[in-house]
Design a protein around this ligand. Structure first.
Ligand code: MG
Length: 383
C-alpha cells in the first residue's frame, strides 16, 4: 500500500519528469529557431532567382502533364441545360481599356504588334485607342500616330474612343471609321470621370453622335456603372434603361453596358435586361462589359447569353482593372471567355492558342504576370 508520503513522492516525481520534458522541448524549440530562420532566409533569397525577371512563379509557368488544350470543345453539349447562342462576337478592349490602366507605356510599335496579333488570332472588333486628352491618359498619347500607321484589315473593325467633338475631329482626321462614346449611368462616376452630371454628359453626346453618323461612321456607346457605383451604391435598372434608350435614340449602332466595378451577379444582370425590355431598348444592339473583380464575370456572361445577348467585351490577359476596385480583378479576360465558349460549343472565331501566346507576350511587354486564369493555368506556349 502506498502511504500519503509515498503518493506525494510519486506526484512530485511525475511533475519533475513533466518539467524536465518542458525544459527539453523549449531547448529544442530555441535551438531550432536559428535553423528555421536561416531556412527562411535561404527561401527568400532564392525566390527572386527562381521567379525570373518578370516575377512569374515556377508553379504558374509549369506545364500541365495532361494537354488540357485538347480538352475542348465538348462533343456533346445537349446535356448542358443552358440557353445560349451558337456564336458570339467578342470586342477586344485590351489595346485601349487595358493599356490605359497600366503603369508602363508601350511604344507605338509594340501597340501595333498587339493589334496585329489580336487580328491574327481571329478578332473582328478591336478597340484600338482613345482620343481623350493625352494629359488624362498619357498611355494612349500616340493615338494619331497609331491610327495613321495601322493598316486596315478586311473583316476587322478598329474602334477609337472619343470624349467630345474635338476628339471626334482628331479621330476622323486619322481615318477612323468607328468611334465609341462613354457615359455613366450613375451620377457620381459621371461627375468624377467626365466632370459633368450624368444628364449633361448624356445630352452632350447627341451632336457628337449625329456628326459621326452623318460622316458615315459606326458608333458604339458605353454606359458605365450599370449595376452599382462606388459612391452612389446600386444603380436603378430603370435609370440604366432610360440612359441606354437616350444613347440608342441618338444613333448608337451598339451599346456596351459596363459593370465597371465588377460587383454584379446574374441576378442584377437579369434585372437590368428586364428593365431594358420594359424601356423598349433594342436588346439586339446591347453588349456587356464585365469585370471579374468578384469572380462573377463568366457567370454574368452566361446570364446575359440566356437573355439573348451575343456581344461581349473582353481584354486579352484580363488587363484593365477599375481604379475604384482595389483588389485584383480587371476586365474579363478574353481567353477565359473563349475557354468557356469552347466548352459549351459557342463559336467565337478566336484561336485560343494564339490568344494565350499573345497574353504571355503582352505580360512580357508590360513587365508583370497578367491576371487571366486560362493563360496562367496553361502556361507559356512553346515558341
Ligand atoms: Mg473595363
Amino acid at each position: 500500500m502506498v502511504g500519503v508520503d509515498g503518493l506525494q513522492d510519486a506526484v512530485d516525481l511525475v511533475l519533475a519528469v513533466f518539467a524536465a520534458g518542458l525544459e527539453a522541448a523549449r531547448d529544442v524549440h530555441e535551438q531550432s529557431l536559428p535553423s528555421i530562420a536561416s531556412g527562411r532566409d535561404r527561401l527568400e533569397a532564392s525566390v527572386p532567382e527562381e521567379r525570373g525577371e518578370l516575377g512569374r512563379s515556377i508553379e504558374r509557368s509549369a506545364a500541365h502533364v495532361v494537354a488540357f488544350r485538347s480538352l475542348h470543345p465538348c462533343d456533346d453539349t445537349r446535356a448542358v441545360p443552358l440557353l445560349r447562342p451558337e456564336r458570339i462576337t467578342i470586342v477586344e478592349v485590351a489595346p485601349r481599356d487595358g493599356l490605359q490602366a497600366e503603369d508602363r507605356v508601350l511604344s507605338t510599335d509594340a501597340k501595333l504588334e498587339l493589334l496585329e496579333r489580336l487580328a491574327d488570332a481571329g478578332h473582328t472588333a478591336i478597340e484600338a485607342t482613345s482620343f481623350v486628352s493625352p494629359k488624362a491618359v498619357p498611355q494612349l498619347a500616340d493615338a494619331e500616330d497609331l491610327m495613321k500607321r495601322l493598316k486596315p484589315r478586311a473583316g476587322v473593325r478598329y474602334t477609337a474612343l472619343v470624349p467630345n467633338e474635338t476628339g471626334l475631329d482628331r479621330a476622323m482626321s486619322c481615318g477612323v471609321r468607328e468611334i465609341a462614346v462613354f457615359a455613366s449611368a450613375s451620377e457620381s462616376y459621371s461627375r468624377k470621370n467626365l466632370n459633368r452630371s450624368r444628364d449633361e454628359a448624356l445630352a452632350g453626346y447627341g451632336p457628337v453622335i449625329k456628326k459621326a453618323k452623318d460622316a458615315g461612321l459606326r458608333v458604339r456607346g458605353y454606359l458605365s456603372m450599370v449595376i452599382a457605383d462606388p459612391w452612389d451604391g446600386p444603380t436603378d435598372p430603370n435609370v440604366v434603361s432610360a440612359a441606354a434608350k437616350q444613347l440608342m435614340d441618338f444613333g448608337c449602332d451598339e451599346l456596351s453596358l459596363g459593370d465597371t466595378i465588377g460587383v454584379g451577379t446574374p441576378g442584377e444582370v437579369t434585372a437590368v435586361l428586364a428593365a431594358l425590355r420594359r424601356g423598349d431598348v433594342a436588346i439586339a444592339k446591347v453588349a456587356f462589359h464585365f469585370h471579374d473583380t468578384y469572380g462573377q464575370a463568366l457567370a454574368n456572361v452566361l446570364a446575359a447569353m440566356a437573355e439573348g445577348i451575343t456581344t461581349f467585351d473582353a481584354s486579352v490577359g484580363g488587363i484593365g482593372g477599375s481604379p475604384f476596385a482595389k483588389m485584383a480583378g480587371g476586365n474579363l479576360a478574353t481567353e477565359d471567355l473563349v475557354w468557356m465558349c469552347r466548352g459549351i460549343k459557342i463559336e467565337t472565331g478566336v484561336d485560343l492558342d494564339k490568344l494565350v501566346a499573345t497574353s504571355h507576350w503582352l505580360g512580357d511587354q508590360l513587365g508583370h504576370e497578367l491576371p487571366s486564369h486560362v493563360s496562367r493555368a496553361l502556361g507559356e506556349p512553346p515558341r
